[in-house]
Design a binder for this molecule. Structure first.
Ligand code: SAH
Length: 238
């Protein structure tokens, strides 16, 4: 372990995915620095809603960005979907490698954000696979820039604690996809008056969902109790 700017007596918090957070004191005397555990707590870095992002497969490596940012925001599950207008067809030979990469990205982003779970990245699904999953969720909104009757905010009034968000690829959804989706339970919504690129739409929609029914935008301690320094009584939430 390398210690850069910290010295003996400094407090730090060790976070392990799925485990408790441990408040530790650093001891740097002679040999290797040691961490002395002082106190444990169950962190509350997980949002109160469970959000699944269905992402119409975008071009190039945009999916990397979507997986990373949605993991930071608090997504539970990312489902890459080949829709009618996905330019990037899932090549059966390259897609397992891509899915592996997205899983690594989700793991890294979750760790850096202090999350307790690593968001799941499923295999790439086709439309009918995605529709079966849609049917298993109580609410799945489908941001649609071309004629959704209402906005996302309205759709989330009295929202359940498990929500799906289905974003189209660069070219958007075909009308027949919207119609079929509606039959399977998708609710078309507007994200506002400007057309966002697919990756922006995914990140913005998740941030909105987490802001409206989750914990984004609240004070850090709205879900956490915070640490009290055992010596000074000062809180240490850095
Ligand atoms: N079809 C459009 C753009 C698609 S944007 C065109 O080519 O001009 C890609 C995806 O982002 C859409 O399928 C939709 O899910 C989402 N999106 C972007 N802006 C949106 C908005 N203002 N309202 C709702 N959804 C939006």
């Amino acid at each position: 372990m390398k210690v850069l700017r910290l010295g003996t007596g400094d407090l730090l918090v060790a976070v392990l995915p799925g485990g408790p957070e441990v408040l530790c004191r650093l001891e740097v005397t002679g040999g290797d620095p040691r961490l002395l555990p002082l106190e444990e707590r169950q962190p509350r870095s997980e949002p109160p809603v469970d959000v699944t992002l269905f992402q119409g497969l975008p071009k190039g490596d945009k999916m990397d960005l979507v997986v990373e940012k949605s993991s930071e925001i608090g997504v539970s599950r990312v489902v890459p979907v080949v829709t009618h207008r996905s330019v990037s067809r899932a090549d059966p030979r390259s897609s397992p490698r891509k899915v592996e990469r997205w899983r690594r990205i989700a793991r890294g982003a979750a760790a850096l954000s202090g999350r307790l779970i690593i968001p799941e990245v499923t295999e790439v699904m086709d439309w009918s696979g995605a529709m079966s999953l849609v049917e298993s969720l109580p609410l799945v909104v489908m941001p649609w820039e071309a004629g959704a009757p209402g906005g996302l905010r309205e759709a989330l009034r009295d929202a359940p604690s498990s929500i799906g968000v289905f974003i189209g690829p660069e070219g958007g959804f075909e009308k027949h996809e919207v119609e079929e989706g509606m039959k399977r339970g998708l609710l078309p919504v507007s994200l506002g008056p400007r057309i966002l690129r697919t990756e922006t739409a995914a990140i913005a929609a998740l941030a909105l969902v987490m802001g409206i029914v989750g914990d984004l935008g609240g004070p850090r301690d709205s879900w956490n109790t915070g640490w009290q320094s055992p010596e000074t009584g000062e809180s240490n939430n850095s």
